[in-house]
Write a protein that binds this ligand. Sequence first.
Ligand code: ADP
Ligand code: MG
Length: 264
Amino acid sequence: MNKPKHRIITIANQKGGVGKTTTAINLATALAAIGENVLIVDLDPQGNASTGLGIDRKDRKLSTYDLLVGSQSVLEVTMPTAVPNLAIAPSTMDLLGVEMEIGRESDRVYRLKKALEAPEASIYDYILVDCPPSFNLLTMNALAAAQSVLVPLQCEFFALEGLSQLLETVEQVRSTINPGLDIQGIVLTMFDSRNNLAQQVVSDVREHLGDKVYHTLIPRNVRVSEAPSYGKPAILYDLKCAGSQAYLQLASEVIQRERQSRAA
Ligand code: ADP
Ligand code: MG
């Protein structure tokens, strides 16, 4: 049987602090733990995914900046992490200059897509792209390159408002730069069961978006928030905590959806 082509999932939400990077790191780790070969592409100039996976700033010689400006390949930019089967294309502050650098090029939104189409990237089963908190050229590159987008949504009052803007953007991307873009799913994050408002947000989001929303709820969990300061995914830092267990469950839903979309 031929090895299936890798799946590229972009993790996006124009809001900051909703759990994009935490989801990227822990979903990637969960996929790697079951034997998938995984690459995280850190497209946020903040570089939280890189730091959270223990990649020291001083060790980042090359970054996704070099991928986008086209001077280096995935192979050259990618670094191993402490997690077996998980590699990262790290970010540096150089990314802030990408817009200046390539903003006038006609292929500016397709730079990441092109880089990930290289034969050397086909060793990965999953590529997860962590986005900055805005709809800028970096996020557009991520949406252009992906087969699907996974949206973390924080269980708070304004969640739905931001979501409708995001869904509109996905529609625009579909009608212009990437007709094949699917919504992998929407994951509710930082859920606090003691908070009535959070419960209400969950039922509102489920009512509006039905089965696009994963069954898995990611709980607010202090172990999850501590893990990055040790340069570790929560799943390595404390496998038993509720947050880690939820991310493992999310990974199985993601895989199931990927299988369904491949079969379709
Ligand atoms: P984004 O990438 O969307 O900006 P992050 O993943 O960096 O969001 O999360 C924002 C903050 O919330 C971080 O400090 C992170 O550690 C914390 N956080 C994320 N998910 C959880 C969770 N399930 N429980 C507790 N803290 C969390
Ligand atoms: Mg982030």
